[in-house]
Design a protein around this ligand. Structure first.
Ligand code: MN
Ligand code: MN
Length: 452
């Protein structure tokens, strides 16, 4: 099943692939932030009979449970028939995506406009964020403890916001600058309004509006988390509808397929797990990132609920015995920019689930380099389940590079390999994936959870 075009398998049954993509499109169209992805993940888990760990007193084989961390990080388990100490089968992915965040003190007035100041999050090509419709999603946490949710720009009759760019007629200086300098990070400010409040200004008008509609005042933005993201739903891409164009495939496409694989797994041999983390795009830091002790603590809690002694020590042993697919998107081979790849070791659209033995940059630095013994197990698992798959690395040697969460779980001495789905336009406001790769990834993840 290695390096074969997966569409050939579905020539007579394209619907199977297309239908799966419909649900995925809904998932990312709603899940524009990590909080929203956690929210819809909880809904899907509850519907499938998973219970919040806080409400569980004990567990046995076949039981389903999930843990939520600060509304931005989640892990779920279905308890296997084998003892927990024989290890977990873990699917991991990240649910944060590159974007712009509103600053703590964002709103200002300039030349009759109310503007919102942002600080970009993750690896963003700044020129891609101007002159496109943007939406606002997030929370404003007030001193009295209330949390106000903000979602503006997704409904058809919602207003959108955006970032202006200079007209071509007056761009002589700008066009002479290198691409990385043409749009300054400090200039990624969104237009919020232009009607002056009576005897005041446009900023006052916008603040008045926010006060009336949401009951929030200017100072409340200090304790807020408002993300500025591309507006609008994911859509079919290509005349043959073979692809999906949307915001946040990195890495919600791996998150969705991993979660779906877990949801469709009943009574596994080994305890099956899906963990979705935040903050990967800025180094997996903080309480909700992969470096957090949350996951280890959740496994300890799982051990406790299963009646095992010394849960924290047990959790360490369980992790050491576990196998994991650290799933993140791969750089799809782009015929318009073929030169950045080694064609023998690139990820191609249509060839299914992508495995990366290693990632990193400048001599694999920062990478989890998977053990070949483990990779052989993965190859067998994929081939036995007739899952189309391919191997790749991120670009030519010394062309650049990148990291994932794999090495962080590798620190627990578990077997981890990077897996994922090829993406074009990675980190752009409109990323592209192949529907058949999305489906094969789901099938591959499921096969992994059930592998002996
Ligand atoms: Mn990623
Ligand atoms: Mn990324």
């Amino acid at each position: 099943m290695y390096r074969k075009n997966a569409w050939e398998k579905y020539q007579d049954n394209l619907n199977e692939v297309m239908d799966f993509a419909e649900d995925y499109k809904k998932f990312i169209s709603f899940g524009k932030t990590e909080r929203l992805v956690v929210k819809e993940s909880v809904e899907l888990l509850e519907k499938a009979g998973y219970k919040n760990a806080d409400k569980v007193e004990s567990l046995k084989a076949g039981d389903k449970v999930y843990f939520v961390n600060k509304n931005k990080n989640i892990c779920a388990f279905v308890v296997g028939k084998k003892p927990l100490l024989e290890g977990l089968r873990i699917l991991g992915a990240h649910i944060d995506s590159p974007r712009l965040d509103l600053k703590e003190s964002p709103i200002y007035e300039k030349n009759g406009f109310a503007l919102g100041d942002t600080h970009y999050y993750g690896g963003v090509k700044k020129y891609q964020y101007v002159t496109i419709p943007l939406a606002l999603h997030g929370v404003v946490c007030k001193k009295d403890g209330t949390v106000v949710e903000i979602h503006i720009g997704e409904k058809e009759d919602d207003p959108v916001v955006g970032i202006t760019d200079l007209l071509i007629h007056l761009s002589a200086d700008q066009m002479a600058k290198p691409l990385g300098k043409a749009i300054e990070g400090e200039n990624l400010d969104i237009s919020l309004g232009s009607i002056p409040l009576k005897d005041k200004d446009a900023k006052a008008y916008v603040l008045d509006l926010l006060e009336k509609q949401y009951g929030i005042e200017e100072e409340d933005f200090i304790s807020a988390e408002i993300e500025v993201v591309p507006a609008g739903p994911a859509r079919d891409y290509g005349l043959d509808r073979s692809m999906v164009a949307g915001y946040g495939h990195d890495d919600r496409v791996c998150a969705y397929t991993s979660l779906k694989a877990l949801l469709d797994t009943e009574k596994p041999e080994y305890t099956a797990c899906c963990i979705l983390v935040d903050k990967e795009e800025i180094g997996s830091v903080g309480a909700t990132g992969a470096h957090s002790l949350f996951f280890e603590n959740a496994i300890a809690q799982l051990a406790k609920l299963l009646g095992l002694a010394d849960p924290l020590y047990t959790a360490r042993l369980v992790m050491q015995a576990s196998k994991m697919l650290s799933s993140d998107v791969s750089a799809g081979f782009d015929p318009l920019y073929a030169g950045v790849n080694d064609p023998k070791n690139a990820a191609y659209f249509g060839q299914g689930l992508v495995f990366n033995k290693y990632t990193g940059s400048r001599g694999k630095s920062g990478s989890n380099d998977a053990n070949p013994e483990y990779y052989a197990f993965i190859r067998k698992t994929m081939d036995d389940a007739k899952v189309n798959w391919q191997s790749s690395e991120l670009g030519r040697v010394d062309q650049g590079g990148g990291g994932t969460i794999a090495y962080i779980l590798g620190n627990y001495n578990m077997n981890v390999i990077d897996a994922g789905i090829a993406v074009l336009n990675m980190h752009a406001p409109m990323e592209i994936v192949s529907k058949v790769d999305v489906y094969e990834a789901y099938r591959g993840y499921k096969a992994f959870l059930l592998a002996k």
